[in-house]
Design a protein around this ligand. Structure first.
Ligand SMILES: Nc1ncnc2c1ncn2[C@@H]1O[C@H](COP(=O)(O)OP(=O)(O)OP(=O)(O)O)[C@@H](O)[C@H]1O
Length: 728
């Protein structure tokens, strides 16, 4: 370890913690870990070491492996994933050399363009969950690969929190320097207003960078085998979404476009008439004058027969639904084209899967005064479920083992997780009615019920939620996972075992989760396009099993192993609750996370915890922060290598909260009792003591005692102590 630090400077503060690993900075050279078969204890704790451990375990046991990355938004999960995949591909090599480093780089360039955007917590945040699987042959070489994506934040294309951006690709396209393409997309004259907030970058240097990014994206798509005609189809649909935003929608009276000239451009790019476009967005039904294909008309008739329940959607919500639908279709197509480039007919025996989801979201950590959105709730829910998986593998299974070892003290059970509050439903899905009951259902279920109830509102939703899970009279203080806020339709949820209190704003959630027919009509519009380059790409997609309720992409299955994974995911969507409720948007969120968990739970799991060293601050780009990552040597190097101000950049309470929320100390206690490996523990303590030197003291040689009272007093304040709660 010492040698590595001398060679690579400011890179290492990773440590093993029993079955999991902490990574605060992943940058290092693959050559350090170049031997395929190194044992874990021979290598320094590092993201490459995780990759190597998974690879080695797969080779030795012929068992599928999965690496799951956990942590807050901006803590470096995606960056670590990229290092991990690139490293695996490099050390394993590939059959017939079909997977070059250039190909992996191209894959990530394309994914980042279409799936990332700048948020208050991360200047390049991933807005979808991805499962990347590398399938290996008998000789341990990469034979094939595949990607599945879920939980795409598709509404971001039309609506998002103030000061946040839409998907990167829009800025790249708006800055493209190809004049023929600009003319074709009607980009020579841009609108002054855009209801989706899609506007070109203002600063010349940003514009120039976006132009370069667009060229890079085109090159990457080419590397991934996406032809220029296929690329053109992408630009046309993205251009149409931009023009729909410029067209806007009426605020009152008849639902229609506010500016028809821009809607006309959108219709032209999509290859349909203005009337067809307007009908599919606002009327959801055909007019007698629609002359086109019967299937288009039949689809509209289907929509007419099953009108959405509850209060009507506004014209703007219909328009947003169409934009989100178009983008979701485009993203699904993209993933399927990427899989086309990754698949091969080579026989594979085992796989290593890497799971990257958007990190835990908390606008307050980024200095934002707004409440968190429904999308942020979904990402936090996925993080809670992955944490639960960590909990099950780290604690539940270990506790079982302890029971078998006589005389071994039983380690404390960690506190319950929040996830049950979010998804809980006790009754059988087949017989569950949608009528309100006194049953303590989870937030996602309650949200769905209230959205379908006449008179349902965010207020009734919160009333019920607080009645089931809020503070009770005589209940233990400080143990409630849910707290009321003094702002209407706001509430607090204590994520990560109460170490990350998120203030949510439920305003508009009911309409948000309502069935929006315009979103579904998007796929039909693309399939029926008069532009062949569009219709040929999308034709047949709606009826095929490529998309599950528009939520999971990449289920084509190129290899045998990929087919197996796809089958497992499909099963999640067709059995139990899913069979009855897969059309419900709220339940879909749960099903998507179920599918994600199901796809990896049979594998041997490796967890990587990534920590954010410092909050992004008030709306700033975290990449611009001077001391972006904590590194071992920043903490330990002599003064000439380490600016004292650098140390001041560490947000120690934030780091402590993440450390507690990750349950790593619990895991360590368990690990110490189960596997007394003095070296590992001593190393962990040496590195992390700096975060809480006064919280730990040594008993005997190597036993850690955490003063829980003191830890609690140093943790971020409980929201109840900051906000007066009138209902308490
Ligand atoms: N070790 C590192 N050193 C310096 N910068 C880093 C490091 N790791 C990541 N970054 C930068 O920090 C930013 C956030 O990283 P990344 O996008 O990987 O985080 P994330 O956890 O995946 O976030 P999200 O959950 O929002 O997608 C990126 O711009 C990345 O370039």
């Amino acid at each position: 370890m010492h040698t590595l630090r001398q060679r690579y400077g400011s890179n290492l503060i990773h440590t093993y913690a029993g079955p999991a690993m902490v990574v605060i900075n992943p940058l290092s050279s693959p050559s350090m870990y170049s031997e395929k078969g190194c044992r874990r204890e021979d290598t320094s704790p590092h993201i490459y070491a995780v990759a190597q451990a998974a690879y080695r375990s797969m080779l030795m046991g012929r068992q599928d492996q999965a690496v799951v990355l956990l942590g807050a938004s901006g803590s470096g999960k995606t960056t670590n994933c990229q290092h991990l995949v690139q490293y695996l591909a490099t050390i394993a090599g590939s059959t017939g050399k079909v997977f070059s480093a250039e190909k992996w780089q191209a894959l990530y360039t394309v994914l980042e363009a279409f799936g990332n955007s700048s948020t208050s917590m991360n200047g390049n945040a991933t807005r979808f969950s991805q499962i990347i699987s590398l399938d290996f042959d008998q000789a341990g070489q990469v034979a094939s690969a595949s990607i599945q994506t879920l939980l795409l934040e598709k509404l971001r294309v039309a609506r998002r929190p103030a000061n946040e951006a839409t998907f990167n690709v829009f800025y790249y396209l708006l800055a493209c320097s190809d004049s023929a393409l600009r003319t074709e997309l009607h980009f020579n004259h841009l609108a002054e207003n855009n209801v989706f907030g899609i506007v070109p970058l203002a600063k010349p240097e940003e514009k120039q960078k976006a132009t370069q990014q667009f060229n890079k994206l085109q090159a990457a798509m080419k590397v991934m085998g996406i032809s220029s005609d296929e690329q053109k189809a992408f630009w046309l649909v993205l251009g149409a979404i931009y023009h729909l935003g410029a067209a806007g929608a009426t605020k009152a009276g008849r639902k229609q476009f506010a500016r028809h000239e821009w809607a006309q451009k959108a219709a032209y790019l999509l290859g349909c008439s203005l009337e067809e476009l307007s009908s599919s967005i606002f009327k959801h039904q055909p007019k007698g004058s629609l002359q086109r294909s019967t299937s288009f008309r039949q689809g509209m008739l289907r929509a007419q027969r099953s009108p959405p329940a509850g209060p009507k959607l506004t014209a703007l919500e219909c328009l947003e639904g169409m934009a989100a639908g178009l983008y979701s279709e485009l993203f699904t197509l993209l993933i399927s084209l990427l899989n086309r480039a990754l698949k091969s007919s080579q026989h594979s025996v085992c796989s290593v899967t890497v799971v990257d989801t958007p990190g835990a979201q908390n606008p307050e950590v980024a200095g934002q005064s707004r409440g968190a959105t429904f999308e942020e709730l979904c990402h936090n829910y996925a993080q809670e479920r992955l944490q639960l998986l960590f909990h099950q593998r780290t604690f539940a299974q270990e506790l079982e083992r302890y029971k078998e070892v006589a005389g071994t003290p039983r380690p404390p059970e960690p506190p319950p997780l929040l996830f049950s509050l979010l998804q809980h439903c006790q009754c059988h899905p087949q017989v569950r009615s949608l009528a309100r009951t006194d049953e303590a259902r989870g937030l996602l279920w309650l949200l769905e019920e209230e959205a379908l109830q006449p008179g349902g509102s965010e207020d009734t939703l919160l009333e019920r939620l607080l009645a089931y899970y809020g503070p009770q009279e005589g209940g233990k203080k400080g143990h409630d996972p849910l707290l009321p806020s003094d702002k209407p339709r706001h509430f607090f949820l204590g994520h990560s075992s109460g170490t990350n209190w998120v203030h949510y704003d439920a305003t508009g959630w009911l309409n948000h989760v309502k069935h929006n027919p315009a979103t579904q009509n998007a796929s039909m519009l693309l399939q029926e396009s008069q532009k062949k380059i569009i219709s040929s790409l999308f034709a047949g997609r709606g009826s095929s099993a490529l998309v599950l309720s528009g939520s999971v992409a990449g289920l084509e299955g190129g290899s045998q192993l990929a087919l197996r994974r796809a089958t497992s995911m499909r099963k999640t969507f067709t059995t139990g609750v899913a069979a009855v409720k897969k059309k419900s948007l709220c339940i879909q969120v749960k099903l998507q996370v179920d599918a994600l968990i199901d796809s990896i739970k049979k594998s041997k799991l490796h967890f990587v915890h990534c920590f954010l060293p410092k909050a992004a601050g008030s709306g700033g780009d975290p990449r611009g922060l001077p001391c972006r990552r904590v590194s071992g040597s920043e903490l330990e190097l002599p003064a000439e290598h380490c600016e004292p101000a650098g140390l001041m950049q560490l947000d120690v309470p934030l780091l402590r909260a993440q450390l507690r929320g990750s349950r790593l100390l619990d895991a360590l206690r368990m690990y110490r009792q189960g596997y007394p490996d003095h070296m590992v523990f001593a190393e962990f303590r040496r590195r992390f003591d700096v975060l809480a030197p006064h919280l730990t003291k040594k008993h005997g040689r190597n036993y850690i005692v955490v003063d829980e009272k003191r830890v609690r007093s140093l943790a971020p304040p409980h929201p109840a102590s900051r906000t007066p709660c009138p209902t308490r």
